[in-house]
Design a protein around this ligand. Structure first.
Ligand code: EPZ
Length: 417
């Protein structure tokens, strides 16, 4: 079904449980290519991107069995070392199979990921890193062809903090000869979750979560078991859903520590936020102030919550300046929010949001990418009337049953043709 229909004005109340993190599950599933045998995962979210990853792993010869949020991967000798364009074009994170296949098999052929709505998404740092390990890299006919007898540990300085680049090189380093030091490594919690799984497989990684990660290469790894960490972006999205409706929502099975930047900004805006070991709760607010936000690598404000927070600022009181420093085209949701009545002036990397309480009125809008669709759903929760979000399939890439969770909180949301 291609549309989501939202009748705005309901105040959300109750509890919503966070699913497993898409951006932890994807690299962890690719890391299974490093070790033959049966890997077992729980709390794996049921998402299109997980299905795409499963399809790619099966095309390489893996056997996957899925039972709800449990997922087992049987990795044998690969029947192919090629990640085909038809699979990679559906999900850019497929580039994360490069490191594992190259370091374990000495060669890999991976389709170059295409463009993406939010930015050019280059992989130059992934490839520079593989060359630093001593790999030959050739770009031909839309594919990366990488080969190396044996990767050699190295010290690699990332000129930009890159989540995927850090993950790809960390995985490649686990079976490289000698020691690798990744400098200016990304510090996202999903990288820590991946490193934890790699260490369960027998890797020797330290420093994950800081900007210096050290990996001692080992001869071989063995399969293990892991529970995927909670999805901090989904948790933040659910918290904003409670906040924007003036509701009282407790998000459970999440990690407040991972949401620190968002919680600080919501408190600055005037919301009362309570936290426990594994839950965060936003209390009812009649109005809230506009605050400025600048996205940046973890632990600062996540780019993946920028669109959602902009919806909250569209109905705040005052003017909010939102600066997007990570991706060059991550304001695709702005014109759609304007169709709902928001007053937003977009510049290149900055959007000025003039907030108006009750300023949103329903209209048909178009989802353009995963987090933009979440932003439009959040705005629809408070827009007067019936908002129809078209191309809602973008949402299914990264949110497990979001509408069911919102309906359970009292929202009037349904899918439609
Ligand atoms: C990951 O993408 C996430 N995806 C993104 O989430 C997230 O927005 C992003 O990290 C930033 O936090 C997954 O984990 C699957 P980057 P990734 O490499 O790894 C530049 C979502 O909504 N760069 O950290 O692709 C790049 O252009 C998605 O769930 C290079 O220049 O992001 C960007 O400006 C969207 N050269 C910056 O680094 C490279 O070789 C950060 O990108 C690699 C990246």
């Amino acid at each position: 079904m291609d549309k989501m229909v939202i009748n705005g004005g309901k105040v959300l109340r109750g509890e919503a449980r966070t699913s497993g993190a898409k951006n932890a599950a994807l690299p962890i599933l690719f890391s299974t290519l490093l070790a033959a045998g049966k890997h077992r995962f729980t709390n794996v979210p049921r998402l299109m991107d997980i299905d795409s990853t499963s399809a790619l792993l099966e095309s390489l010869g893996c056997k996957i069995t899925r039972d709800g949020n449990n997922l087992d991967i049987e990795v044998g000798e690969l029947t192919s070392i090629e990640a085909h364009y038809d699979l990679v074009r559906k999900m850019r994170a497929s580039i994360l199979c490069l490191g594992p296949v190259l370091t374990r098999y000495g060669q890999a052929i991976v389709s170059l990921p295409g463009g993406c709505a939010i930015g050019t998404r280059p992989i130059d740092l992934h490839l520079d890193g593989m060359k630093a390990f001593g790999a030959e890299i050739e770009l031909k006919e839309g594919y990366v062809r990488a080969s190396a007898k044996k990767l050699k540990g190295c010290t690699f300085l990332f000129e930009t903090a890159t989540v995927g680049g850090t993950e790809n090189l960390m995985m490649a380093a686990t079976l490289a000869e000698g020691t690798t030091v990744l400098e200016n490594a990304a510090k996202e919690p999903e990288i820590v979750d991946l490193a934890e799984y790699l260490n369960k497989m027998g890797a020797k990684i330290t420093g994950q979560g800081t900007s210096i990660i050290t990996i001692e290469g080992v001869k071989a790894l063995k399969p293990a078991e892991h529970r995927i960490m909670p999805d901090r972006i989904e948790a933040g999205t659910l918290l904003i859903a409670g906040a924007i409706t003036g509701g009282d929502v407790k998000v459970t099975d999440c990690r407040p520590k991972d949401l620190e930047a968002l919680i600080l900004k919501m408190k600055e805006s005037g919301f009362t936020i309570e936290t426990g070991d594994d839950w965060v709760r936003v209390l009812p607010a009649k109005s809230w102030k506009s605050v400025d936000v600048t996205t940046a690598p973890h632990p600062l404000f996540p780019t993946d919550l920028q669109a959602q927070f902009m919806a909250l600022m569209a109905v705040a009181e005052g003017t909010s300046v939102i600066t997007e420093t990570i991706f060059e085209n991550r304001f695709m949701h702005v014109q759609e929010l304007v169709r709902l009545g928001a007053e937003i002036i977009p510049k290149t990397r900055v959007a000025v949001v003039r907030g108006h309480k009750n300023g949103l009125t329903a209209a048909p809008v178009m989802a353009t990418d995963l987090r933009a669709s979440a932003s439009l759903v959040l705005a629809g929760l408070v827009a007067k009337g019936e908002t129809v979000v078209n191309r809602i399939y973008h949402l299914d890439r990264g949110y497990e049953n979001l509408e069911a969770k919102l309906v359970a909180l009292g929202a009037d949301v349904r899918r439609a043709e």
